[in-house]
Write a protein that binds this ligand. Structure first.
Ligand code: DSN
Length: 419
């Protein structure tokens, strides 16, 4: 194949320049957004491959178009690898990303108006778990459980009481900003008591479950587990639905033709490769290091006097209350850290009195930094930079000085696949 980059450079210099700029940004700054990562280099090859040209509505062996010899091969491999890696009875690898993935599960298992019990967004839940602004929040009746003071953890007795009171069809756990492990056996028992399905959305921690360092809800007898493939798993953007065999046909039907038409077979190829790489011993070491790095980062930030939601972390992410720690809101903190070369996202904290675009905190994570080889020694340095930057959030010279040190560190830890 001719150099596709050369084609792009000639025919669209604007997009080419933006792409080179983004590559430089990723190379020269540190990525701390916990839902982001650097994909395996092999994924760039599959994403830009000839599979992008192919329509493949249907499933292996029963498609609506011809020419499926190789699409069938990669999708079958992706399904088998997903089932093996996550110990799942059934896998669907076609969801285009996290939102259609969860929507397909709701469409497969619920009637309009049915109730789902899920975690409140500001307490760590996710938009696709029925936030009122989402389409699913308008079709189904989502009721919410929260975390409880003083430790900021899920109160399982309160979840059980809410389940008894509201009789949901699905008890859903999973989060995008909750830094603690979940008690899957307890969630399973709560669902069993009322005859509900137990579903976990492990999008953030899919790679950590694959790497064997966090518990797998399927081992606790969950009916359905969903995960995106581009976060801690290091794959292309996409989604996986893993479920009991008895739910397989209705899940497949809900993905296609229910929610989607042609799957993105270039992403399916990337997911297949990712699942192979995530089954290797090196990936287990990677997952262990992600957790060690998160613990070290949390310890160091606490040592500097930062207030962390729940007091620390048991997974890959942590949330700093920047108002209490530095007297700046999350937007100011995000902007200051951007100027220092540290990319984070502003984050609402439980029952945040501030609005989502000016919330009280920021969210950090270690998957991307760990991918480029940073370890505990560098986490201490990163904590120090965060504190320096946030104590001088309006001092452009101080932020530039931190940025120079960040760039120097980044030059010693190249991003895999970016040279
Ligand atoms: N946007 C992702 C996150 O940051 O958690 C989830 O969709």
């Amino acid at each position: 194949m001719q150099s596709t980059l050369e084609f792009l450079r000639c025919s669209d210099p604007d997009i080419y320049a933006a792409m080179i700029g983004e590559e430089q940004r990723q190379r020269e700054g540190l990525e701390l957004i916990p839902s982001e990562n650097y994909a395996f280099p092999e994924v760039y090859a599959t994403n830009g491959s000839v599979f992008t040209n192919k329509y493949a509505e249907g499933y292996p062996g029963r498609r609506y178009y011809g020419g499926q010899t190789f699409t069938d091969r990669i999708e079958t491999l992706a399904i088998e690898r997903a089932r093996q890696l996550f110990r799942a009875e059934h896998a669907n690898v076609q969801p285009l990303s996290g939102s259609p993935m969860n929507q397909a599960v709701y469409m497969a298992c619920l009637e309009p108006g049915d109730t789902v019990l899920a975690m409140d967004l500001s307490h760590g839940g996710h938009l696709t778990h029925g936030a009122p602004v989402s389409a699913m929040g308008r079709i189904f009746n989502f009721v919410r459980y929260k975390t409880s003071p003083p430790d900021g953890r899920i109160d399982y007795d309160a979840v059980a009481a809410a389940a008894r009171a509201t009789r949901p069809r699905i008890v859903l756990c999973g989060h995008s900003s909750y830094p603690r492990e979940l008690d899957y056996a307890r969630f399973r028992a709560i669902a069993d008591e009322i005859g509900a399905l137990a579903m976990a959305d492990v999008s953030h921690i899919g790679g950590l479950i694959a790497g064997g360092v966090l518990a797998n809800p399927l081992d606790a007898g969950f009916d359905i587990v969903t995960t995106t493939t581009h976060k801690s798993l290091r794959g292309p953007r996409g989604g996986l639905i893993l479920c009991k065999a008895s739910l397989g046909p209705q899940i497949d039907q809900a993905v296609f033709p229910g929610m989607q038409g042609g799957p993105h077979m270039n992403a399916v190829a990337g997911i297949a490769v990712t699942l192979k790489l995530a089954a290797q011993p090196e990936f287990r070491k990677y997952a262990q290091q992600v957790l060690r790095n998160a613990h070290t980062l949390a310890d160091e930030l606490r040592r500097h006097g930062c207030t962390l939601i729940t007091g620390g972390t048991e997974n890959h992410l942590l949330v700093i209350d920047t108002v209490r720690s530095f007297d700046v809101d999350g937007r100011v903190a995000e902007t200051a850290l951007d100027a220092a070369g540290l990319t984070v996202n502003k984050q609402v904290i439980p029952d945040d009195p501030r609005p989502p675009l000016r919330p009280s905190g920021i969210r950090l994570g270690t998957p991307a930094m760990t991918t480029r080889g940073l370890g505990e020694a560098q986490m201490k340095q990163v904590a120090d930079w965060i504190v320096r930057a946030l104590r001088a959030a309006s001092d452009a010279d101080a932020l530039r000085a931190v940025n120079a040190e960040v760039r120097d560190l980044c030059s010693r830890f190249p991003v895999p696949g970016l040279g």
